[in-house]
Design a protein. Structure first.
Length: 174
């Protein structure tokens, strides 16, 4: 009987020690987990433009960047499609968001389909081929609600090279 109680006490002591270790490790890791991706979208954000022949804009509030692929020269997106790559202020893919894509002269928003990795596809059928028009992209996801406007044909003459860009500026940072 005495051996049974000693074994029971030893197991109870081991369980308490194990729980203490788990609790200590968890508490020690919390600051790192919060710091790794706070969800904060404050100054100093850097955004990456991945391709050379694409349009690029940092949103009005600096919460996201949009890279618009107009054709399949650098990335296969499909016939009669435009691709929109969305990154947050931590330069991470924005997945599971709702994109509202509007075009001057078209009443309904264009349907954006998520493909993963921050890529959304929109059918380009019916987009104006000539004249001045605007493509407005709005992204909504949890705390993110931001947009950017691309003014055609002006934006076609202002393509930025691939690289890193600061949220507070539209010039390349090296």
């Amino acid at each position: 009987m005495m051996i049974f109680h000693r074994e029971k006490n030893r197991r109870l002591s081991m369980k308490k020690t194990l729980l203490f270790c788990i609790a200590t490790l968890t508490m020690a890791m919390i600051p790192f987990a919060v710091d790794a991706h706070s969800g904060s979208h404050e100054g100093g954000a850097k955004f990456t433009k991945h391709f050379h022949e694409t349009l690029f804009a940092i949103s009005e509030k600096g919460e996201v960047s949009f890279e618009v692929l107009l054709d399949e020269k650098e990335y296969k997106i499909g016939k009669d499609m435009i691709g929109i790559v969305v990154h947050d202020s931590h330069d991470e893919d924005v997945e599971g968001a709702r994109l509202d894509v509007t075009v001057t002269g078209i009443e309904k928003s264009l349907k954006a389909t998520e493909k993963g990795g921050g890529l959304y596809l929109v059918a380009n059928t019916g987009l104006p081929k000539e004249g001045k028009w605007e493509l407005k992209i709005t992204v909504k996801k949890k705390k993110i609600n931001d947009s950017a406007v691309f003014i055609f044909p002006d934006v076609l003459n202002k393509k930025m090279p691939a690289g890193k860009y600061d949220a507070d500026e539209t010039t390349e940072k090296k």
